[in-house]
Ligand binder design. Sequence first.
Ligand code: PNS
Length: 161
Amino acid sequence: MSQKTAIYPGFFDPITNGHLSIVTRGLEIFDKLIIAILNNPHKTPLFSIEERIFMIKTAVKDKPNIEVDTFDGLLVDYAVNKNSNVILRGLRALSDFEYEFQMALMNRKLNRNIQSLFLMTDYKWFYTSSTIIKEAASFGGDITGLVPDIVSKKLKEKFRN
Ligand code: PNS
């Protein structure tokens, strides 16, 4: 039987426990997950691509069958190159829905062989996001429990400077 691989794409600036929960649950459905970080030259991230790769690799080091990679260009083309036909996304509060729906329909228009699959985010992470966590951390807020330890450490280092 062939291995079933899903692409879990995102900006991951930085990875949160909400993302990790989707990764853990995704691995219950798929044999392998590729965490694909968008390398977008038009966005200015807090963390460089190398820092994001390092944090993700550290956070998933105990999980099996995960590849951490970067991509640019169209996500559907990247999925084809990786021999996958599934894009995995987490859905949080209602506000995500319109954006995700739009993106899924566009991806479907671009390539009908690629399926978008959504997992509802666990209620614990329903209202968290990388953006809001960064904002809280930038003012010295306590973000314990919302991000992996390595991210918490790196956020403290970033905002100390
Ligand atoms: O973490 P994010 O910001 O929700 O991730 C968005 C991402 C990376 C999944 C999305 O922007 C993307 O797939 N970009 C690649 C360009 C692309 O394929 N665009 C067409 C579909 S909208």
